[in-house]
Design a binder for this molecule. Sequence first.
Ligand code: URA
Length: 248
Amino acid sequence: MATERIDKLLAVSGYGSRKDAKKLLHSGAVTVDGVAVTSADFHVDTEKSTVAVDGEPLVFQKHVYIMMNKPANVVSSTKDGEHQTVLDLLKAEYKHRFLGGSLHLIGRLDIDTEGLLLLTTDGSLTHRLTSPKQNIPKTYFARLRDTLNEQEKADYIERFRNGIEVPREHNEEAFTSKSAGLDFESGNECRLTIYEGKYHQVKRMFAELGNEVVYLKRLKEGPIELDPNLQPGQSRELTPDEKAALGI
Ligand code: URA
C-alpha cells in the first residue's frame, strides 16, 4: 500500500507549499473518498482513494519519463552558473514534483553534443540504463574532421569491432571499449553503437584513431529512439509503448 500525507499530495498537485495546503485543508475544501479531511498529517492510500479539491478529483503521477532533443550549447546538468541547462528547457508541467522523487538526467551529453537525452524521477530506471553491467547500446551519428577512403573505413570498422584502448583523460580512467558497431554513411559521416557510457567516449575513441569528431548527436539509447518530430530543445513524455519497451 502506497500512503502519502495529504499535505504532500496537495503540494505536488500544484496547490502551493505545505503551508498553503494546510490552509486549504482547514477551509474544508479537501475530501478523501467524499469525506472532508482537515488534518495535514492524514495519510492517503494513493492507489485506492480519491482526493478531491472543491469536488475536482486529483490525479497523482508517481514518476515521469521524458525524452528531450538536446540542443548544442546547453549543459546536461540540473544547475550551472554559466550556461543554460537542460532543465531550463523543460516545460513547467514537468518541473512540479512527482511522488516518486526528483527529476534527474539518465546519463549526460557533452555541451556540444545534440540529441536524445532521457530524464526521469525513477531512480531504478536510471540505474538500469546506466549500470555498466547492463551493456545498454547507445547509437550516435558522428561527423568526422578527416574523410576516409574505403580501406580506412574498413580499418576503423575493424578497430571499433575489436575494442579500442582509450588512454586516461584528465581524471578519467583509461579503458578498453567493448566491441562497437560502426557503419559509414559517407566518407566522414557514420553511425556508431557503443555499450558503455564513459566520459567523452565517442570523441576519445575517434581521437585514438587520429581523427576528430566535429559533430555528434545521440540517436538511440536502449530501445528508445529520438523522435524525429522533436525539434532541438523540445521534449515530450515517453509513450506507453516506449515505457513498455523499457519494462516500465
Ligand atoms: N561521447 C562523447 O564523446 N560525447 C557525448 O556527449 C556522448 C558520448
